[in-house]
Every structure is written in C-alpha cells, then in structure tokens.
Ligand binder design. Structure first.
Ligand code: ADP
Ligand code: ADP
Length: 222
C-alpha cells in the first residue's frame, strides 16, 4: 500500500535549486533512510512533505490525496525535528513536552505508557534542558508518538550523542517499525546505521540518485 507519492518535486529558492525533479514512493511499513550531504535538500524535502514549504512544483500525495487539497494527513505524522537546544533551567519538564504533543486532550495513561516505552519514565519530572542529547531525543520521539501516528519522520541529530544512546535510539526505531508497523522516514549522514536499519534507501543530492531496497544500494556501493 502506497502511503506517500512524490512526483516530479522541484523546489527553486532564489539562489539555488534545492530539489530537482524528485520522484519516489513510500509504502506502508517501509523504513526509509534518506541519505545525502549537507545542502542536499533533505530539510527542504521534509518541509515540503509537512506543508511548511508550499512553493514547490510537482505533486506530493499522502494516502492517495494531494496535500494541497487537505491537511488531514498531518494527523497521521509524528515529526522529530533536529534537536533544539534548551537553557538548562528552561522551566519545562519531560512530561510537559510530551503533553504538548497531545494538544487539547489529556491522556495521562498514554503519557505513562510512552514514557516507559522510550526508557524515560524515571526522567519524567526533570527539566528538559538538564538532559543529555540522547535523552532529549527520546523525549521528542515520545512527543511525536503520543498521538499514535502511522508515519514517523525524523531529521536525525548527528552530533553530541553518546554511542549507548545511539544504540538505544536505533533499537527503539527498529521496534516501532517491526512491532507497531509505523512507517519511518529518517534522514541521516550515517551510512552504516542506514545499512543496519533501513529497508529502503533514497540517496539525494538535489536530484535523486537512487531509490530502492537498501540491500541493492549497499551491494552496489561496496
Ligand atoms: P539539507 O537538509 O540536505 O542540508 P536543505 O534542504 O537544508 O538541505 O538545503 C538545500 C539547499 O537549499 C541549500 O543550498 C540551502 O542553503 C538552501 N535552502 C534551504 N532552505 C532554504 C530557504 N528557506 N531559502 C533559501 N535557500 C534555502
Ligand atoms: P539541515 O542540517 O537539516 O540541512 P539546515 O541548517 O540546512 O538543516 O536548515 C535548517 C532550516 O533552515 C531548514 O528549515 C531550511 O529550510 C532552512 N534553511 C537552510 N538554508 C537556508 C538558507 N540559505 N536560507 C534560508 N533558510 C535556510
């Protein structure tokens, strides 16, 4: 089942063409790694998919529907942006951050469940700015997951996270994909990690150089 269709996506900024005629599809249950150097257009692609950049040519469809026609699809997406930086004393706790993801409803059981699942339950009353990078990253995944999205989009932070946190983070992603069947779209600089986790790869540098099964990508390249 196709859940995302990107057709001839082109984004021209005043000084640079960030995306040039990019087309690919994402099926339900895919774990897609998007790789490409800085400036490759990864953020521009995400911004366009999330409705944050509307100045594109081409078509983006979620669940078969053009995103220009309806914003309902956004309810099905959890988005984890690149790590924001907080002052140590920023007066917001882990639980506060996750509750923000719920908007109006309040569902304390669900918050509890997600705190456990992301291994941050013991941190729930700590201020967000006091946590390590890896802990903060898990809090933002929890916030993104609190509404039970079908799709999780992650713009991975690449620096400042210790290896133990990275391993835990990857095992959480793997479980979300394999057990909860959440479709994952994840940009990364880390080829080894993409090789280990993703079952599909999109290799982007303004144009799309490769899109397909990661086995094919990595067997060609190595
Ligand atoms: P990546 O996320 O892969 O690093 P970006 O999508 O951030 O790539 O950027 C792609 C290119 O587009 C870069 O040259 C960047 O400077 C430029 N760019 C990104 N966003 C904007 C914008 N809002 N206005 C103008 N240029 C932009
Ligand atoms: P990334 O590391 O994901 O590429 P960037 O630092 O390139 O992040 O971009 C972060 C945000 O800034 C994105 O929303 C991007 O669209 C915007 N941006 C990037 N380059 C430019 C630019 N030259 N002018 C305006 N906005 C930009």
């Amino acid at each position: 089942l196709k859940i995302v269709e990107i057709e001839n996506l082109t984004v021209q900024y005043p000084d640079v063409k960030a995306l040039d005629d990019v087309s690919f599809e994402i099926n339900q249950g895919d774990f897609l790694g998007i790789i490409g150097p800085n400036g490759a257009g990864k953020s521009t692609l995400f911004d366009s998919m999330l409705g944050l950049n509307t100045k594109y040519k081409g078509t983006i469809k979620f669940f078969g529907e053009d995103i220009r026609k309806s914003k309902n699809y956004l309810k099905e997406i959890g988005y984890v942006p690149q790590k924001p930086i907080f002052e140590k004393n920023f007066p917001v706790t882990v639980t506060d951050v996750i509750r923000m993801g719920l908007r109006n409803e309040s569902n304390e059981n669900k918050i509890d469940e997600i705190l456990q699942q992301l291994w941050i339950h013991e941190l729930r009353n700590r201020r967000i700015g006091e946590l390590s990078g890896g802990q903060q990253q898990r809090v933002f995944i929890a916030k993104a997951l609190i509404t039970n999205p079908k799709i999780l989009i992650l713009d991975e932070p690449v620096t400042g996270i210790d290896q133990q946190s990275i391993d835990l983070f990857y095992s959480i992603l793997r479980e979300l994909n394999s057990k909860q069947k959440i479709t994952i779209i994840w940009s990364s600089h880390d080829l080894d990690a993409v090789n280990q986790l993703a079952n599909h790869v999109a290799c982007l540098n303004r144009t799309l150089f490769f899109h397909g099964e990661s086995e094919k990508f990595f067997s060609n390249d190595e």
